[in-house]
Design a protein around this ligand. Structure first.
Ligand code: SF4
Length: 249
């Protein structure tokens, strides 16, 4: 989707007193879209990757688990919820339900009290039981190794499936787009889209596969630490020299 280009201007954007004015959906017309101002996409991505690698080093999922199916349940719980909160509720949950079979035999109402604080607990409890039933009965307790099969599991969208495939098997079939990745790929001019499916497709077309896994995690960490939604800390951001959305501070 090509949009009409507005006049280009590399001047820095000034922050607004209204926090929403700094969100990805609002910016002055005069400076053009962030992705329009990237002249050499390949070197832009490489520079971002290099800086974030230096900042975060080796990255892995912050979710705590000891069995593969526990990771799946933790990822289901992480929708619209912080990893910290998920890590707070899973020890009691995994102590109460000690096997995949015990989750498969549970009723959603049995699980709900343990996951209440993660939000959307009715749906998440249904997804967890549905996931456990299908994995136990149809996949004989072995997690599938393809995105197509993985996304048949209840509660598994592309994001969840990509995270689990990468973490459990080291298989990278896609680019994980969560709320941080969605926001920051746009701000950094890595994607012109705001829809996660289109962002994933664009990144997979333009960014070498070897970067997908770590780049996604780096952007998530960067979104939590520095490029925070509606209040990015541009003054202390290590990507500020490369960022077409940098705020003047
Ligand atoms: S300079 Fe950094 S914190 Fe500011 S918008 Fe760009 S990536 Fe986000």
């Amino acid at each position: 989707m090509l949009r009409k280009k507005s006049q280009r201007n590399n001047s820095l954007r000034k922050p607004s007193s209204n926090p929403k004015a700094n969100s990805i959906s609002q910016k002055p017309d005069s400076i053009g879209e962030p992705w329009e101002r990237i002249q050499d996409y390949k070197s832009h991505v490489q520079s971002i990757y290099k800086i974030l690698t230096k900042e975060f080093g080796k990255v892995e999922t912050p979710l705590t688990y000891s069995k593969d199916y526990e990771l799946c349940i933790a990822v289901i719980l992480s929708a619209q919820c912080t990893d910290e909160r998920v890590n707070q509720v899973t020890p009691a949950l995994f102590s109460a339900f000690t096997s995949l079979e015990s989750f498969a035999k549970a009723k959603p109402i049995d699980i709900e009290p343990y996951i209440f604080s993660t939000g959307f607990y009715h749906n998440k409890a249904k997804s967890i039981v549905g996931f456990a039933k299908m994995l136990f009965h149809e996949f004989h307790s072995i997690l599938p190794k393809t995105l197509d099969e993985m996304t048949k599991l209840p509660g598994f969208g592309r994001k969840t499936a990509n995270v689990v495939l990468s973490e459990v098997y080291g298989i990278v079939e896609g680019f994980v787009v969560d709320t941080h990745v969605r926001r920051i790929t746009f701000l950094l001019g890595l994607s012109q889209f705001k829809d996660p499916i289109r962002i994933e497709k664009e990144i997979m077309e333009k960014v070498p596969k070897k970067y997908w896994d770590a780049l996604s995690l780096y952007l998530i960490f960067h979104g939590r630490k520095t490029c925070i939604a509606n209040r990015p800390k541009c003054g202390e951001c290590k990507l500020s020299k490369l960022c077409p959305s940098k705020l003047e501070v």
